[in-house]
Design a protein around this ligand. Structure first.
Ligand code: TA6
Length: 300
């Protein structure tokens, strides 16, 4: 028996700070209005769709054309990709970016931590996931909405066999004009260019500029990045822990036009920087062990 939003709200609300409410698609979401930040996270996919530090504008991009429909991922915010990234190798029928961004997650706790609010959700393997990926796992996700947005994804291997999985916090950032935004902190890193037959290339320039469709997996990168936006007049830093790859994506006009839930009028307003462990840097996890990937986003 599904728990109603009213029942969830009575269990988890913190008056004036956090409440459960019906969001888009009438899907349940936790709405946070903490002293340090406002934000929201849906139980659908444990999907963060908003983070606005007090005194600042919204930081995350959410498509106005997102399709709020069972089985569909919300377009924008921070989709969780697990246990594979992109298409599943050797199985074109499998859902892109894995199995959990369209699952309904369990809400475990909502806590005020100083002037921030921390929301914990979880999900685990079931018959539905095992038909695509014969593994036993539990995911625990903790999101702290404060002066920083902290995302912590913990994967536990609850089975008897080793696991090898990819993961990504596929964050969409709102930008004033993607062609004027600049990403620094990647110089000297090698990357796989998915727009050029997955060729491996070296990032020579100090600044990454979006001047065409951009879909790159930066390899063996562990240090913080900076996204500067001269239009919105802000700089974001994206720091991470236990993540060896960073994906940078902008679909540009043509690919955006092919995505019904994005659209060619939207590509210039978003830029994805994805803390991840993908490809050769997928995570190997022994039975009974767990791994936590962490992203910390703040306005510089
Ligand atoms: O992270 C970049 C990427 O892998 C792109 O190749 C593009 O497919 C994007 O993710 C969005 O994927 P989605 O399945 O959400 O449309």
């Amino acid at each position: 028996m599904a728990t109603t939003i009213a029942e969830l709200d009575s269990r988890f609300r913190i008056p004036g700070v956090a409440q459960l409410m019906a969001g888009n698609g009438n899907w349940p979401k936790v709405q946070v209005t903490a002293p340090a930040a406002a934000g929201e996270i849906y139980l659908h996919g444990a999907h963060v769709t908003s983070w606005r530090p007090t005194g600042a504008e919204e930081v995350l991009y959410l498509s106005p054309h997102s399709i709020w429909q069972e089985g569909k991922a919300i377009r924008g915010g921070v989709p969780i990709c697990f246990p594979w990234f992109g298409d599943k190798a050797g199985d074109p029928r499998a859902p892109a970016h894995g199995l959990v961004r369209t699952k309904s997650w369990q809400l475990d706790s909502v806590e005020q931590v100083g002037d921030a609010v921390s929301v914990a959700m979880s999900t685990e393997s079931d018959d539905g996931t095992r038909q695509w990926w014969p593994a036993d796992f539990r995911l625990a996700y903790r999101v702290t909405f404060g002066a920083e947005l902290v995302l912590e994804l913990t994967v536990a291997n609850t089975g008897l066999s080793p696991l090898r999985f990819e993961e990504a916090l596929h964050a969409y950032y709102s930008v004033g004009d993607a062609t004027l935004a600049r990403i620094t902190g990647l110089e000297g890193a090698w990357f796989i260019d998915k727009t050029d037959s997955f060729r491996e290339k070296l990032q020579r320039a100090t600044e990454l500029v979006i001047a065409a469709e951009t879909d790159r997996v930066y390899l063996n990168t562990e240090h913080p990045l900076e996204l500067s936006d001269p239009v919105l007049q802000r700089r974001l830093t994206v720091a991470k822990a236990n993540s060896r790859t960073t994906v940078v994506w902008n679909p540009w006009i043509e690919k955006a036009g092919e995505l019904k839930d994005l659209g060619e009028d939207q590509w210039g307003k978003m830029l994805c920087i994805e803390v991840s462990n993908v490809g050769d840097f997928a995570v190997e996890l022994a039975p009974g062990k767990q791994h936590t990937m962490r992203a910390e986003i703040k306005i510089a």
